[in-house]
Design a protein around this ligand. Structure first.
Ligand code: ADP
Ligand code: MG
Length: 249
């Protein structure tokens, strides 16, 4: 197998540490994500989950340890960093769509600007992806004309348009009205089934049980437990995790 061959884990964090001033936000994080794996990260607010996500596409730098993606250390800047951000899609709690662009334009912007794809080809791809997330019929509308669940599905289509090797989801359903949560989770379950590598910060335990290969429980900047969803939900090993579960289940 070559250095970047299929056997290499897609993401490897080794002894990663991160501070914001005096706050030690990531503490000796060791985490490996294999290709096609779905890792669900759960834990109390302020525990470092978002920061962990953001270190993988280098929206945050680390001040100790190493992060590799696809067998290489994360690029620091320039074209290589732009390519990394294209290869690692990110879907946030707030959908962050461009308000003055149509749904289709929101999806085609990345492929045309970053990938240099021809406009016609990008439009065809965009329509295909909007159909895949179930909103092809809304392509000509603007974000404000869509429900939250629909906007989040557009955000997923936009990430997919870059043909990412991985997608990071940071609480993708937390801002949604309850009746819209499942339509977004269903799209994510479909992606997982199609083999997309995903790291998902969520408190949706139904999703974790159904789609996760692994659950990572994080608190106060540390990975406290790492196990299969089955193990985690039936027999969490630490008091910290059991206490957290008793509050959310
Ligand atoms: P979580 O996503 O688990 O709620 P975060 O990664 O967002 O946790 O935050 C971890 C800690 O780092 C929190 O105490 C938060 O207030 C702090 N923090 C996050 N981002 C910044 C930042 N840019 N500057 C300073 N402190 C931050
Ligand atoms: Mg967060």
């Amino acid at each position: 197998m070559t250095e970047n061959g299929e056997a290499t884990p897609l993401v490897v964090l080794t002894n990663v540490n991160k501070h914001f001033g005096n706050l030690h936000v990531l503490r000796d994080i060791n985490l490996t994500i294999s290709r096609g794996e779905v890792v669900v990260v759960i834990g109390p607010s302020g525990g470092g989950k978002s920061t962990l996500c953001r270190t993988i596409n280098r929206l945050e730098t680390v001040d100790g340890g190493t992060v590799t993606f696809d067998g290489r250390p994360l690029p620091a800047e320039g074209r290589a960093l732009a390519m990394l951000r294209a290869e690692v899609g990110m879907v946030f709690q707030s959908f962050n769509l461009f308000a003055h662009k149509t749904i289709l334009e929101n999806v085609t912007l990345g492929p045309t600007k970053v990938r240099g794809m021809a406009k016609a080809k990008a439009r065809a791809l965009g329509m295909e992806l909007l159909d895949r997330v179930g909103i092809g019929a809304q392509a000509a509308k603007y974000p404000a004309q869509l429900s939250g669940g629909q906007q989040q599905r557009v955000a997923i289509a936009r990430a997919l348009a870059m043909n990412p090797k991985m997608i990071l989801f940071d609480e993708p359903t937390s801002a949604l009205d309850p009746e819209m949560v499942q339509e977004v989770l269903d799209v994510m379950i479909g992606l997982a089934a199609d083999g997309m590598t995903m790291m998902v910060v969520t408190h949706e335990m139904g999703f974790a049980r159904r789609a996760a290969d692994r659950v990572v429980f994080m608190a106060e900047g540390s990975i406290v437990e790492e196990s299969t969803p089955q193990e985690f939900f039936t027999s969490a090993r630490t008091d910290r995790a059991r206490d957290f579960l008793s509050k959310i289940l």
